[in-house]
Design a protein around this ligand. Sequence first.
Ligand code: AMP
Ligand code: MN
Ligand code: MN
Ligand code: MN
Length: 293
Amino acid sequence: MHDLNADLHSHSTASDGTLGAAALAARAKANGVELWALTDHDELGGLPAARAAAEAAGLRFVDGIEISVTFAGTTVHIVGLGIDPGNDELVAGIDEVRAGRELRAKQMGDGLAKIGIKGAYEGAIKLAPNPNLVSRTHFGRFLIASGVAPDMHAVFRRYLTEGKPGYVEHRWAKLGDAVRWIRGAGGVAVIAHPGRYKFTPTEEYALFTEFQAHGGEGVEVVTGSHHAGDIVKYTETALEFGLLASRGSDFHDPGESRLDLGLLPGQLQLSPRLTPVWSRWTAAELRAQPVLS
Ligand code: AMP
Ligand code: MN
Ligand code: MN
Ligand code: MN
Protein backbone atom coordinates (compact mmCIF):
# COMPACT_ATOMS: atom_id res chain seq x y z
CA MET A 1 0.00 0.00 0.00
CA HIS A 2 2.81 2.46 0.85
CA ASP A 3 4.66 1.77 -2.36
CA LEU A 4 1.67 2.56 -4.58
CA ASN A 5 2.80 5.14 -7.10
CA ALA A 6 0.08 7.65 -6.21
CA ASP A 7 0.34 11.19 -7.55
CA LEU A 8 -2.41 13.17 -5.86
CA HIS A 9 -1.45 16.74 -6.81
CA SER A 10 -1.24 18.05 -10.38
CA HIS A 11 -2.45 20.91 -12.59
CA SER A 12 -3.96 21.15 -16.06
CA THR A 13 -4.78 23.99 -18.46
CA ALA A 14 -7.98 24.49 -16.42
CA SER A 15 -5.73 26.33 -13.94
CA ASP A 16 -2.00 27.06 -14.28
CA GLY A 17 -0.74 23.84 -15.86
CA THR A 18 0.34 23.78 -19.50
CA LEU A 19 -0.94 20.30 -20.43
CA GLY A 20 -4.54 19.32 -21.08
CA ALA A 21 -6.27 16.34 -19.50
CA ALA A 22 -5.40 13.86 -22.25
CA ALA A 23 -1.69 14.75 -22.29
CA LEU A 24 -1.55 14.56 -18.48
CA ALA A 25 -3.24 11.16 -18.38
CA ALA A 26 -0.86 9.83 -21.04
CA ARG A 27 2.15 11.22 -19.18
CA ALA A 28 0.97 9.79 -15.85
CA LYS A 29 0.46 6.40 -17.45
CA ALA A 30 3.86 6.47 -19.17
CA ASN A 31 5.53 7.42 -15.87
CA GLY A 32 3.97 4.48 -14.03
CA VAL A 33 1.44 6.38 -11.94
CA GLU A 34 -1.04 3.94 -10.38
CA LEU A 35 -3.45 6.42 -8.82
CA TRP A 36 -3.79 9.95 -10.16
CA ALA A 37 -5.61 13.07 -8.95
CA LEU A 38 -6.03 16.32 -10.86
CA THR A 39 -6.09 19.21 -8.37
CA ASP A 40 -6.50 22.47 -10.27
CA HIS A 41 -6.48 25.75 -8.32
CA ASP A 42 -10.03 26.79 -7.29
CA GLU A 43 -11.43 25.04 -10.37
CA LEU A 44 -13.34 21.82 -11.09
CA GLY A 45 -13.76 22.28 -14.84
CA GLY A 46 -10.91 19.97 -15.85
CA LEU A 47 -12.15 16.95 -13.92
CA PRO A 48 -14.62 15.31 -16.34
CA ALA A 49 -12.10 15.26 -19.20
CA ALA A 50 -9.34 14.07 -16.87
CA ARG A 51 -11.48 11.22 -15.57
CA ALA A 52 -12.44 10.20 -19.09
CA ALA A 53 -8.79 10.32 -20.23
CA ALA A 54 -7.66 8.37 -17.16
CA GLU A 55 -10.26 5.70 -17.75
CA ALA A 56 -9.27 5.44 -21.40
CA ALA A 57 -5.63 5.02 -20.32
CA GLY A 58 -6.49 2.42 -17.65
CA LEU A 59 -5.44 4.72 -14.84
CA ARG A 60 -7.22 4.92 -11.49
CA PHE A 61 -8.40 8.49 -10.93
CA VAL A 62 -9.47 10.62 -7.95
CA ASP A 63 -11.34 13.92 -8.38
CA GLY A 64 -9.42 16.71 -6.67
CA ILE A 65 -9.05 20.44 -6.16
CA GLU A 66 -6.54 22.83 -4.58
CA ILE A 67 -8.31 25.67 -2.76
CA SER A 68 -6.55 28.98 -2.02
CA VAL A 69 -7.00 30.02 1.62
CA THR A 70 -5.79 32.97 3.69
CA PHE A 71 -4.61 31.93 7.15
CA ALA A 72 -2.77 34.26 9.54
CA GLY A 73 -2.17 36.67 6.67
CA THR A 74 -0.51 34.01 4.52
CA THR A 75 -1.79 32.11 1.48
CA VAL A 76 -2.19 28.42 2.30
CA HIS A 77 -3.35 25.76 -0.15
CA ILE A 78 -5.79 23.06 0.87
CA VAL A 79 -6.11 20.06 -1.42
CA GLY A 80 -9.42 18.21 -1.53
CA LEU A 81 -9.35 14.58 -2.68
CA GLY A 82 -12.21 12.28 -3.57
CA ILE A 83 -14.65 15.16 -3.88
CA ASP A 84 -17.91 15.12 -5.82
CA PRO A 85 -17.32 17.78 -8.51
CA GLY A 86 -21.06 18.39 -8.75
CA ASN A 87 -21.52 19.36 -5.11
CA ASP A 88 -23.44 22.66 -5.04
CA GLU A 89 -21.76 24.21 -2.01
CA LEU A 90 -18.29 23.37 -3.24
CA VAL A 91 -19.09 24.78 -6.68
CA ALA A 92 -20.55 27.98 -5.19
CA GLY A 93 -17.69 28.36 -2.73
CA ILE A 94 -14.90 28.16 -5.28
CA ASP A 95 -16.84 30.37 -7.73
CA GLU A 96 -16.51 33.07 -5.12
CA VAL A 97 -12.83 32.35 -4.48
CA ARG A 98 -12.11 32.67 -8.22
CA ALA A 99 -14.12 35.86 -8.63
CA GLY A 100 -11.43 38.17 -7.26
CA ARG A 101 -8.74 36.97 -9.67
CA GLU A 102 -9.71 39.23 -12.57
CA LEU A 103 -9.35 42.48 -10.59
CA ARG A 104 -6.21 41.19 -8.92
CA ALA A 105 -4.69 40.44 -12.35
CA LYS A 106 -5.46 43.97 -13.54
CA GLN A 107 -3.80 45.39 -10.44
CA MET A 108 -0.78 43.15 -10.97
CA GLY A 109 -0.54 44.51 -14.50
CA ASP A 110 -0.76 48.08 -13.14
CA GLY A 111 2.01 47.37 -10.63
CA LEU A 112 4.29 46.02 -13.34
CA ALA A 113 3.45 48.93 -15.69
CA LYS A 114 4.67 51.32 -12.99
CA ILE A 115 8.16 49.88 -13.28
CA GLY A 116 8.02 50.01 -17.07
CA ILE A 117 6.80 46.51 -17.92
CA LYS A 118 3.91 47.14 -20.28
CA GLY A 119 1.13 44.79 -21.38
CA ALA A 120 1.62 42.20 -18.64
CA TYR A 121 -2.10 41.88 -17.90
CA GLU A 122 -2.95 41.34 -21.57
CA GLY A 123 0.04 39.02 -21.93
CA ALA A 124 -0.95 36.91 -18.94
CA ILE A 125 -4.56 36.67 -20.11
CA LYS A 126 -3.40 35.39 -23.48
CA LEU A 127 -1.45 32.63 -21.76
CA ALA A 128 -4.39 31.60 -19.55
CA PRO A 129 -6.63 29.08 -21.34
CA ASN A 130 -9.24 29.48 -18.59
CA PRO A 131 -10.20 33.17 -18.50
CA ASN A 132 -11.58 32.74 -14.97
CA LEU A 133 -8.28 31.49 -13.68
CA VAL A 134 -5.50 33.96 -14.31
CA SER A 135 -2.71 33.27 -11.87
CA ARG A 136 0.74 34.53 -11.01
CA THR A 137 2.08 31.59 -12.98
CA HIS A 138 0.64 33.09 -16.20
CA PHE A 139 2.28 36.43 -15.39
CA GLY A 140 5.50 34.55 -14.72
CA ARG A 141 5.38 32.85 -18.12
CA PHE A 142 4.69 36.18 -19.82
CA LEU A 143 7.61 37.87 -18.04
CA ILE A 144 9.97 35.05 -18.99
CA ALA A 145 8.80 35.16 -22.62
CA SER A 146 9.37 38.93 -22.59
CA GLY A 147 12.93 38.38 -21.46
CA VAL A 148 12.70 40.28 -18.16
CA ALA A 149 13.60 37.19 -16.11
CA PRO A 150 15.30 33.90 -16.99
CA ASP A 151 13.08 31.40 -15.14
CA MET A 152 10.12 30.97 -12.78
CA HIS A 153 12.23 31.04 -9.66
CA ALA A 154 13.75 34.39 -10.59
CA VAL A 155 10.49 35.85 -11.85
CA PHE A 156 8.67 35.10 -8.59
CA ARG A 157 11.53 36.38 -6.47
CA ARG A 158 11.92 39.63 -8.42
CA TYR A 159 8.35 40.49 -9.42
CA LEU A 160 5.57 38.32 -8.01
CA THR A 161 6.08 37.85 -4.28
CA GLU A 162 5.26 40.09 -1.33
CA GLY A 163 6.79 43.54 -1.60
CA LYS A 164 7.56 43.18 -5.32
CA PRO A 165 5.96 45.28 -8.10
CA GLY A 166 3.60 42.59 -9.45
CA TYR A 167 2.38 41.43 -6.06
CA VAL A 168 -1.14 42.31 -4.93
CA GLU A 169 -2.50 41.44 -1.47
CA HIS A 170 -5.47 39.16 -1.82
CA ARG A 171 -7.95 37.58 0.55
CA TRP A 172 -8.79 34.01 -0.40
CA ALA A 173 -11.20 31.56 1.28
CA LYS A 174 -11.30 30.99 5.04
CA LEU A 175 -9.61 27.80 6.22
CA GLY A 176 -12.78 26.49 7.86
CA ASP A 177 -14.90 27.15 4.76
CA ALA A 178 -12.48 25.37 2.42
CA VAL A 179 -12.33 22.32 4.71
CA ARG A 180 -16.12 22.26 5.06
CA TRP A 181 -16.72 22.52 1.29
CA ILE A 182 -14.34 19.60 0.72
CA ARG A 183 -15.88 17.45 3.44
CA GLY A 184 -19.40 18.39 2.36
CA ALA A 185 -18.51 17.13 -1.12
CA GLY A 186 -17.42 13.79 0.36
CA GLY A 187 -13.70 14.50 0.15
CA VAL A 188 -10.64 14.44 2.36
CA ALA A 189 -9.01 17.82 3.10
CA VAL A 190 -5.21 17.86 2.98
CA ILE A 191 -2.76 20.68 3.85
CA ALA A 192 -0.71 21.17 0.67
CA HIS A 193 3.10 21.52 0.76
CA PRO A 194 3.40 22.76 4.39
CA GLY A 195 7.14 23.21 3.97
CA ARG A 196 6.52 26.19 1.69
CA TYR A 197 4.83 28.49 4.17
CA LYS A 198 6.93 30.92 6.11
CA PHE A 199 5.15 30.43 9.43
CA THR A 200 6.70 30.64 12.87
CA PRO A 201 6.43 27.35 14.79
CA THR A 202 3.50 28.82 16.75
CA GLU A 203 1.63 29.84 13.60
CA GLU A 204 2.28 26.48 12.01
CA TYR A 205 0.96 24.71 15.10
CA ALA A 206 -2.15 26.91 14.93
CA LEU A 207 -2.62 25.99 11.25
CA PHE A 208 -2.52 22.27 12.00
CA THR A 209 -4.74 22.42 15.11
CA GLU A 210 -7.35 24.70 13.51
CA PHE A 211 -7.32 22.66 10.29
CA GLN A 212 -7.97 19.51 12.28
CA ALA A 213 -10.63 21.18 14.43
CA HIS A 214 -12.49 22.12 11.22
CA GLY A 215 -12.38 18.49 10.08
CA GLY A 216 -9.18 18.45 8.04
CA GLU A 217 -7.68 14.98 7.86
CA GLY A 218 -4.48 14.92 5.86
CA VAL A 219 -1.14 16.52 5.08
CA GLU A 220 1.16 16.31 2.08
CA VAL A 221 4.39 14.72 3.22
CA VAL A 222 5.98 13.99 -0.16
CA THR A 223 5.54 16.83 -2.67
CA GLY A 224 7.56 18.57 -5.36
CA SER A 225 7.99 21.47 -2.90
CA HIS A 226 9.61 19.38 -0.15
CA HIS A 227 13.27 18.59 0.19
CA ALA A 228 14.49 15.64 2.26
CA GLY A 229 14.39 17.58 5.53
CA ASP A 230 10.77 18.65 4.96
CA ILE A 231 9.76 15.04 4.33
CA VAL A 232 11.31 13.98 7.64
CA LYS A 233 9.71 16.90 9.48
CA TYR A 234 6.18 16.43 8.11
CA THR A 235 6.33 12.66 8.57
CA GLU A 236 6.66 13.43 12.28
CA THR A 237 3.95 16.12 12.12
CA ALA A 238 1.52 13.68 10.46
CA LEU A 239 2.21 11.12 13.18
CA GLU A 240 1.94 13.69 15.97
CA PHE A 241 -1.45 14.95 14.76
CA GLY A 242 -2.70 11.57 13.53
CA LEU A 243 -3.16 12.89 9.99
CA LEU A 244 -3.36 10.85 6.82
CA ALA A 245 -0.30 11.32 4.59
CA SER A 246 -0.48 12.36 0.95
CA ARG A 247 1.97 12.32 -1.92
CA GLY A 248 1.95 14.36 -5.11
CA SER A 249 4.30 15.99 -7.60
CA ASP A 250 2.44 19.34 -7.95
CA PHE A 251 3.28 18.99 -11.63
CA HIS A 252 2.51 22.05 -13.81
CA ASP A 253 4.72 21.79 -16.88
CA PRO A 254 7.53 19.56 -18.17
CA GLY A 255 10.06 22.40 -18.19
CA GLU A 256 9.02 24.20 -15.00
CA SER A 257 8.24 21.54 -12.45
CA ARG A 258 10.86 20.08 -10.16
CA LEU A 259 9.23 16.65 -10.20
CA ASP A 260 7.47 14.95 -13.07
CA LEU A 261 4.09 13.23 -12.70
CA GLY A 262 4.71 10.09 -10.66
CA LEU A 263 7.48 11.97 -8.80
CA LEU A 264 10.21 10.66 -11.08
CA PRO A 265 13.09 10.34 -10.58
CA GLY A 266 13.50 8.97 -7.11
CA GLN A 267 10.09 7.40 -6.58
CA LEU A 268 9.90 9.09 -3.19
CA GLN A 269 7.75 6.89 -0.95
CA LEU A 270 5.80 7.56 2.22
CA SER A 271 7.29 6.07 5.38
CA PRO A 272 5.62 2.77 6.33
CA ARG A 273 4.88 4.42 9.70
CA LEU A 274 2.34 6.68 7.98
CA THR A 275 -1.24 5.97 6.95
CA PRO A 276 -1.58 6.92 3.26
CA VAL A 277 -4.58 9.04 2.38
CA TRP A 278 -5.56 6.46 -0.23
CA SER A 279 -6.26 3.94 2.55
CA ARG A 280 -9.51 5.96 2.84
CA TRP A 281 -10.77 4.66 -0.47
CA THR A 282 -11.76 1.03 -0.45
CA ALA A 283 -10.48 -1.38 -3.05
CA ALA A 284 -14.01 -1.44 -4.45
CA GLU A 285 -14.10 2.35 -4.79
CA LEU A 286 -10.77 2.35 -6.53
CA ARG A 287 -11.86 -0.54 -8.75
CA ALA A 288 -15.03 1.37 -9.65
CA GLN A 289 -12.65 3.55 -11.61
CA PRO A 290 -11.79 0.85 -14.12
CA VAL A 291 -8.30 -0.55 -14.29
CA LEU A 292 -7.93 -1.91 -17.77
CA SER A 293 -4.23 -2.58 -17.91
P1 AMP B 1 -1.75 32.44 -7.54
O1 AMP B 1 -2.78 31.42 -7.14
O2 AMP B 1 -2.17 33.27 -8.69
O3 AMP B 1 -1.24 33.24 -6.37
O4 AMP B 1 -0.50 31.62 -8.10
C1 AMP B 1 0.10 30.66 -7.29
C2 AMP B 1 0.92 29.70 -8.14
O5 AMP B 1 2.15 30.33 -8.50
C3 AMP B 1 1.33 28.46 -7.40
O6 AMP B 1 0.34 27.51 -7.46
C4 AMP B 1 2.55 28.02 -8.15
O7 AMP B 1 2.16 27.32 -9.31
C5 AMP B 1 3.15 29.35 -8.58
N1 AMP B 1 4.23 29.77 -7.66
C6 AMP B 1 4.11 30.36 -6.46
N2 AMP B 1 5.32 30.67 -5.94
C7 AMP B 1 6.22 30.27 -6.85
C8 AMP B 1 7.65 30.29 -6.93
N3 AMP B 1 8.38 30.83 -5.94
N4 AMP B 1 8.24 29.79 -8.02
C9 AMP B 1 7.49 29.27 -9.02
N5 AMP B 1 6.16 29.20 -9.01
C10 AMP B 1 5.53 29.69 -7.94
MN1 MN C 1 0.09 26.49 -9.39
MN1 MN D 1 -0.04 24.97 -4.08
MN1 MN E 1 -0.52 22.87 -6.75
